[in-house]
Every structure is written in structure tokens, then in C-alpha cells.
Design a protein around this ligand. Structure first.
Ligand code: IPE
Ligand code: IPE
Ligand code: MG
Length: 237
């Protein structure tokens, strides 16, 4: 399906955020290992990124690994770390000639030096790009992000910050707030995802497990988004 033909009357969010959930349940349903779900989930991400760029979404945030996900069995965490390492190579290769900027939300210091080097290189090499911004949340926790910002402010000995200034101390300093958050798998919670930035985001919780999320799921989601009436506390015009 060429989704671009089907976009009439559909509002395109400037910033889309995805909480990739349901890899394990997708695998279980197919009698596969949870790790197979993560592998398929990564392929799904690569594919959907293509469509997301094609339809003109400018910012994409992807929640891939939370501060709480370290509490999973070691074998699963190790698999995910390996997948991130390969995934970064793949993404860098995929985007090397494109106007794509990578930013990271989360503390990288818990990852191996090899992963950190790869990510830092990609971030540095794409620093001046701006066509499409991919914000990857790795070892990300929303509360940790806020506390980190507070500590930076204390270290700089500032006496007063307003909301605008405060938000400059977050990982998302240069990004607009997400317009639309999609969490797959039917779970209706944010699980420590962007608590500061999502106060006025539209939320959508489709039942589909992440590995099965395809262009028509995205189109359906965008149709839902297009019907939302975003009032920001005002009265409808
Ligand atoms: C999302 O899928 C991937 C990560 C959080 C890393 P899950 O692994 O959470 O899949 P379920 O929720 O157990 O099905
Ligand atoms: C949220 O999914 C975190 C990511 C998608 C990275 P989880 O599967 O970890 O969340 P909970 O445990 O169901 O809240
Ligand atoms: Mg989950």
C-alpha cells in the first residue's frame, strides 16, 4: 500500500512518539522466544521509519529501553544490548546519505564502551542535519530525566528557572513536545515515558503488538489523531 495516496484530510503530527510494546507477547503467540519478538520488532521499526519520513513527520521519538528494563532476565537484556549494537550500525548505514539527525534521550554510561562509541559517532556525524530527527530513548526514565535537569541547574547555581528554561535542561531541549503518542499492545500507561513533555500529547493505545505494526496500523492511528480536538485548555472555536 502506498500510504501517501491515502493521506487526504489526515493531519500529520509534527512530533510522533512511539512506545514499542508487545514484542514478547507477539512472540509467545507464535510459539517463538521473546527475543525473536525483539528482532522482528526492530525490523518493524526500520520499515515504519521509512513511511514516517515519507509522509513528512519531522520528529520521531522511539521508546526502546527504559531504566526499568534492566530488571529483565540477563539473557533478554544481553540480547537487547546486542540488538542495539547491530541496530545502530544498521541505522547509520541506512541514513548515512540522508538528512537525518539522531539524538539520544537517556544515560548511555550503562552501555558498553563499544555501543557508546557507535552512538556518539552517529550523533556527532548527524549533528548538523535537520530534515528528520530521530530521538531514540535508551536507558531512559522520565523521572531520572527531571532529576538530572534539576541537578544540572543546581550545578550551574541558577536561582530561578521558568518552564521554558527548565525544558532546556532535558534531553529533548531542541524538540517540540510530542503531538501524538502511540503505545502498541493495548497497555494504557506511559511507563516513565516523557512525563514533562506529554502533558498535552494525544494518546492512542492500539491492541496490535509492536512487531505487527505496519503502514495500515499507522494510517489508522493518524486517522484517529486527525479527529482529536486539541484544545489546550481553551474553549472550542
Ligand atoms: C517491548 O516489548 C520491548 C521493550 C520494552 C524493550 P516487550 O518486551 O515489553 O513485550 P511484552 O510487553 O512483554 O509483550
Ligand atoms: C515500556 O514497556 C518501555 C519500553 C517500551 C521501552 P514495558 O513493557 O517495559 O512497560 P511495562 O513494564 O509494561 O509498564
Ligand atoms: Mg512490555
Amino acid at each position: 500500500m502506498d500510504i501517501t495516496n491515502k493521506l487526504k484530510r489526515i493531519k500529520i503530527p509534527t512530533h510522533l512518539a512511539l512506545i514499542l510494546d508487545g514484542n514478547g507477547r507477539w512472540a509467545k503467540k507464535k510459539n517463538l522466544n521473546r527475543t525473536d519478538g525483539h528482532s522482528k520488532g526492530f525490523e518493524t521499526l526500520i520499515n515504519i521509519c521509512k513511511t514516517i519520513r515519507k509522509i513528512g513527520i519531522k520528529y520521531l521519538t522511539v521508546y526502546a529501553f527504559s531504566t526499568e528494563n534492566w530488571n529483565r532476565p540477563k539473557k533478554e537484556v544481553d540480547f537487547l544490548l546486542d540488538l542495539f549494537e547491530k541496530g545502530i550500525d544498521r541505522l547509520e548505514n541506512e541514513y548515512k546519505d540522508d538528512d537525518v539527525k539522531l539524538i539520544i534521550s537517556g544515560e548511555l554510561d550503562r552501555f558498553s564502551q563499544n555501543i557508546q562509541n557507535k552512538i556518539n559517532r552517529f550523533v556527532a556525524n548527524s549533528f548538523n542535519k535537520s530534515g528528520f530527527v530521530l530521538n531514540l530513548c535508551l536507558n531512559y526514565g522520565g523521572r531520572a530525566e527531571i532529576v538530572r535537569a534539576v541537578n544540572k541547574i543546581i550545578n550551574e547555581k541558577l536561582e530561578y528557572v521558568d518552564e521554558k528554561k527548565f525544558s532546556k535542561y532535558l534531553y529533548t531541549a531542541d524538540l517540540p513536545d510530542p503531538d501524538f503518542v502511540i503505545r502498541t499492545s493495548g497497555e494504557q500507561r506511559l511507563s516513565n515515558f516523557l512525563p514533562w513533555q506529554t502533558i498535552y500529547s494525544e494518546l492512542y493505545f492500539p491492541k496490535v503488538f509492536w512487531p505487527a505494526f505496519n503502514d495500515s496500523c499507522l494510517l489508522k492511528a493518524l486517522k484517529v489523531y486527525s479527529k482529536r480536538d486539541r484544545r489546550f485548555g481553551r474553549v472550542k472555536k
